[in-house]
Design a binder for this molecule. Structure first.
Ligand SMILES: [Cu+2]
Length: 68
């Protein structure tokens, strides 16, 4: 397992936190996700054999957010 911290623009409320936690957590290979509104970031624990930064970027952008 590896851990990555993604800075994400536009996390303004708990709804954003839930949305991002949902889309990132649904990706195959993601073991856990913690999204922080205060930090404007998602901490993702994942299996690098199954997923990675490109998939996370696509999921974040697909949900309507941008990486900071
Ligand atoms: Cu929101």
């Amino acid at each position: 397992m590896e851990t990555i911290i993604l800075k994400i623009d536009g996390i303004s409320c708990m709804g954003c936190v839930r949305t991002l936690t949902g889309v990132l957590g649904a990706l195959p290979g993601v073991a856990s996700v913690e999204v922080s509104k205060e930090a404007g970031a998602a901490t993702i624990n994942f299996d690098p054999a199954q997923t990675g930064a490109a998939a996370f970027k696509a999921a974040v952008e697909g949900a309507g957010y941008d990486l900071a």
